[in-house]
Design a protein around this ligand. Structure first.
Ligand SMILES: Nc1ncnc2c1ncn2[C@@H]1O[C@H](COP(=O)(O)OP(=O)(O)OP(=O)(O)O)[C@@H](O)[C@H]1O
Ligand SMILES: [Mg+2]
Length: 540
């Protein structure tokens, strides 16, 4: 089915082709650029082209494929770097050099790599759809292969196989391959959803202790320019206690991604000591890559993340930044001449974002395993203005809001998490878990820590007028304890050994400060002077 291009406006192309379906994948022009149908009218279809449209001319042909924009899901994705359309960047570089121009269709997965298949079903057994039929070892992971149809097994591989051949055959010659395709805009199904009750340890003290995140939960990190969003996202990608990390570099700087890749190649996962890249998938669509593919990149990546969730793993999805995704949607919407909403963003921005965040969760998968998909999205509000539409839309649907503060960043207080304006809705549910698994006094210390920070805030104004020396001893003690909380606990340098703090270390650090404060306060009440307490003389 082919048609002709009748109009081109940036990444949007009109075509006189009838019979196309909404969101169908198309090939555009002589160089077969990949695109997707985004609007259908009586006499034309409008396409969103994911590659550079420079050089495209009217009258060139367009071909429909009959299928939606999809990703290939199977072994060989871990430790790989893909672009927003799941093309492996290493192959793209080999084909077109470091400055990627258009390339022919590329397979996402290498079909020539031999894998060893361990069958979990026997010939003759009845297989239902979604049943796990076996696994292959991929690094330290068991990569489970599921059946996409049902029937009796007439043949199953035991040992080496490649992806281009069926791994098993059902009666009536139904082949089961080691991979399958899935449309990126359709969430993968699951049986039921559970509330998130287990903490997601990030290794960042300020977040783990004060604003605990949940496995299967969602969190946004809004912050102005240079507030440390990228460093924080990358730190969490390194240290989170999850099985698989899918990281999307969405419209941000290419050099930051390059540094991250270099660093991840060398580092080890602090929980398993395996190579960090072995559990990581990177999806890169930096600012110098086509805008329309950036719009698709988060869907491509989240579908890969859901695939691993379906195997019963804890998966973490990170995007830096979702604002650049929203800007790409705005650009596409403008070239489609859609009615603009707030600040020119499409009117469906909020519903698209909430639909996307809904893909996170703890679920019982179709084959009865329990897996989770957590999402951490960086938001870059222009001018640090948190009332802008993208931040507000994220705020409404996400479970935690970790606000990165420009004034803290200016003072080099990193991570610049504002401890008064950030919040987590998972706090209460996770408290029981932290009390039971880390320490019974977790909540008590948390309350005391917050009280100290709160009290300091209320006396800071007075301190600025009269000076710290002019304060009463009890207030000076508060100032001292709060300063220690900030400098010894909340500040965490991402470039030193301190970059990762496991939960027991996090708790013992804050316990020490809070207990010192408690004892000092007691001594003050007994009439010992603050100077003597600080000097440790009261012991004599
Ligand atoms: N945890 C940290 N430890 C030490 N330095 C940090 C930390 N977080 C951020 N920084 C410093 O702040 C700088 C800016 O951080 P980063 O690039 O992550 O900000 P950003 O919010 O992503 O900026 P942009 O808005 O430009 O994307 C870093 O180069 C680094 O010097
Ligand atoms: Mg950044």
């Amino acid at each position: 089915m082919t048609g002709k291009i009748t109009g081109i406006s940036g990444p949007t192309v009109s075509v006189d082709l009838k019979g196309l379906k909404l969101y169908e994948r198309v090939y555009v022009g002589h160089s077969m650029l990949t695109g997707e149908v985004v609007r259908l009218e009586s006499d034309r279809a409008v396409l969103q082209v994911y590659e550079e449209t420079r050089g495209l001319a009217l009258g060139e042909s367009v071909r429909g494929t009959g299928t939606s924009l999809s990703v290939t899901l199977g072994p060989g994705m871990l430790s790989k770097i893909f672009d927003g359309l799941q093309r492996p960047l290493a192959h793209l570089r080999d084909m077109s050099g470091p400055f990627i121009s258009h390339t022919e269709e590329l397979d996402a997965l290498d079909t020539s790599v031999p894998y060893v298949f361990h069958p979990m079903k026997k010939k003759g057994e009845n297989i239902r759809q979604h049943d796990v039929i076996g696994y292959i070892e991929e690094g330290s992971f068991r990569h489970f292969i599921c059946s996409d149809s049902e029937g009796a097994l007439s043949r199953i591989t035991d040992g080496e196989f490649t992806l281009d051949l069926p791994v098993a055959v059902l009666e009536e010659n139904k082949n089961i391959y080691g991979y399958h395709e899935w449309p990126v805009r359709v969430p993968r199904p699951f049986r039921k959803q559970f509330p998130p009750l287990e903490p997601l340890v990030t290794g960042q003290r300020s977040i783990d202790f004060l604003f605990t995140l949940a496995k299967g939960g969602t969190a946004v990190f809004p912050g102005g320019f240079g507030t440390g969003k990228t460093i924080l996202e990358q730190s969490v990608a390194k240290f989170a206690d999850v099985d698989i990390v899918v990281y999307v570099g969405c419209g941000e700087r290419g050099n930051e991604m390059a540094e991250m890749i270099e660093e991840f190649e060398k580092l080890r996962d602090p929980w398993t000591q395996q190579k960090l890249m072995d559990r990581t998938i990177l999806c890169v669509n930096t600012s110098n890559m086509p805008v329309a593919a950036r719009e698709a990149s988060i869907y491509t990546a989240v579908t890969m993340a859901e695939y691993f969730r379906d195997m019963g793993y804890h998966v973490l999805f990170l995007a830096d930044s979702i604002s650049r995704w929203a800007e790409a949607s705005r650009e596409i919407s403008t070239s489609l001449e859609e009615m603009p909403g707030e600040e020119g963003y499409p009117t469906y921005l909020a519903s698209r974002l909430s639909g996307f965040l809904e893909r996170a969760g703890v679920v019982e998968t179709m084959n009865g395993k329990t897996g989770s998909l957590s999402m951490l999205l960086a938001v870059s509000p222009p001018g640090g203005d948190l009332t802008e539409p993208v931040t507000q839309s994220c705020l409404r649907t996400s479970g935690a809001f970790i606000m990165l503060d420009t004034s803290l960043a200016h003072r080099r207080h990193f991570p610049a998490v504002n401890w008064f304006q950030s919040y987590t809705l998972y706090g209460k549910e996770l408290l029981e878990h932290c009390k039971g698994n880390i320490s019974a006094d977790w909540e008590k210390i948390q309350i005391e820590c917050r009280e100290i920070l709160q009290k300091e805030d209320s006396i800071r104004e007075v301190a600025e007028i009269v000076g710290v020396e002019g304060l009463q001893d009890a207030d000076r003690l508060i100032m001292h304890a709060a300063e220690r909380i900030r400098s010894e606990f909340l500040i965490q340098n991402a470039y030193t050994e301190d970059a990762f703090s496991p939960p027991d270390k996090t708790l013992s650090t804050i316990r020490q400060i809070v207990e010192f404060y408690g004892t000092a306060l007691e001594k003050l009440k007994q009439g010992i002077s603050l100077e003597d307490i600080f000097a440790g003389k009261e012991k004599e």
